[in-house]
Design a protein around this ligand. Structure first.
Ligand code: CMX
Length: 136
């Protein structure tokens, strides 16, 4: 697999409205985008930290992945996203190695990225996202 960098860290929060001021006022980061990803049942807020982003995730549905996560584990780090080259080929290679995939082919995520998740049961408890920028 060719990983270039950590594209973002996904952090589950109960409310973007109350979490964003912490990142802006204490850490001095700027929230540059808020976007709803209806398919994932989340509203997202983005901050840049060097080449990596922080993606805050507020659930829009208690039965969605982030809603269920917060109910079970509370707020906190939800996933790590790695930027890769050649997402579909990477997924095929990962599947061949016996890692459980949540997505066998890329789907659209926030910011127009192509994304796919690996199951945390196969990745030492860390929900892992692989993503590729189709415009690069
Ligand atoms: N990190 C680590 N473990 C997680 C997890 C996470 N983020 N989310 C769930 N789990 C664990 C649960 O703790 C549970 O473990 P146990 O069986 O030991 O109790 C197990 O996975 C099953 O959890 P569940 O609550 O029953 O949830 P589901 O099986 O229905 O779904 C998962 C879990 C990971 C398959 C689902 O959350 C998923 O498909 N996630 C990928 C999509 C996603 O997270 N989208 C939101 C972000 C979108 C974005 O970035 O744009």
């Amino acid at each position: 697999m060719k990983v270039s960098h950590i594209e973002h860290l996904g952090i589950a929060v109960k409310s973007l409205e109350t979490a964003i001021p912490y990142y802006e006022n204490l850490l001095g980061l700027k929230c540059y985008a808020v976007e709803e990803v209806a398919e994932q049942k989340v509203k997202t807020a983005f901050f840049k930290v060097g080449q990596t982003k922080i993606e805050l995730l507020e659930s829009t549905d208690p039965e969605g992945p982030v809603g269920k996560f917060i109910e079970k584990k509370g707020e906190g780090v939800h996933h790590v996203a790695f930027a890769v080259e050649g997402l579909q080929e990477t997924l095929d290679m990962v599947a061949e190695k016996g890692i459980a995939l949540i997505d066998h082919s890329p789907r659209k995520g926030a910011e127009g990225l192509n994304i796919a998740f690996l199951h945390p049961k196969s990745t030492f408890g860390v929900l892992t996202e692989l993503c590729e920028n189709p415009n690069k």
